[in-house]
Ligand binder design. Structure first.
Ligand SMILES: [Zn+2]
Length: 180
């Protein structure tokens, strides 16, 4: 049998956050170099491994893999664009069969993004965050001392490093007077 998990990672680019999550949750075959050790049999053998979430958090921090190790060359940075939903990220497909989180809480909205530009040896971090203003919720970009109002669609998909989501039912943001 082929290993869908490994095949998925090898054969195609992960263009969207949904693709990344599907790959994360896909079945992986443990064999040869990473064989599973069964304590009962006291022996190594092949097995399949699948990641599932049993209890979902109120705030979900997703970390995009932005570096790649090579056997005989320096680690490189991955700059693939990874698209991501601003609202209604559904995670029901990665819930375990015995998931204790109710179905209606498996939907998330984005509230902040951490971006990285540059290389592994030198780079720059910026952030984009959704805040409550006098005229409703708005997105702001934080770049050192510079803060500016932005459209969340302008967040560069190739720089996205960490994505912060909150359960839809928890989305009411506390008012803040800092940037109004
Ligand atoms: Zn066994």
């Amino acid at each position: 049998m082929t290993a869908p998990g490994k095949g998925f990672f090898k054969s195609r680019a992960l263009d969207s956050l949904e693709d990344c999550l599907r790959a994360f949750a896909s079945e992986e075959r443990l064999d040869k170099h990473d064989a599973f050790f069964c304590a009962k049999c006291a022996a190594h053998g092949s097995a399949t491994k699948t990641m599932r979430v049993h209890r979902f958090p109120r705030c979900l921090a997703l970390h995009i893999k932005r570096f790649k190790a090579h056997p005989s060359a320096p680690t490189t940075k991955l700059t693939d664009a990874v698209s991501f939903p601003l609202t209604d990220l559904s995670l029901s497909h990665i819930a375990s069969d015995a998931c204790v989180t109710p179905e209606h809480l498996l939907r998330y909205d984005l509230y902040a993004v951490s971006n990285h530009t540059g290389s592994l040896s030198s780079g720059h971090y910026t952030a984009a965050c959704k805040l409550q203003t006098a005229d409703g919720q708005a997105w702001f970009r934080f770049d050192d001392a510079a803060v500016s109002r932005i459209s969340p669609k302008s967040i560069p998909a190739q720089d996205v490093y960490m994505l912060f989501y909150v359960q839809r039912a928890e989305l009411e943001l506390a008012p803040t007077s800092v940037f109004v």
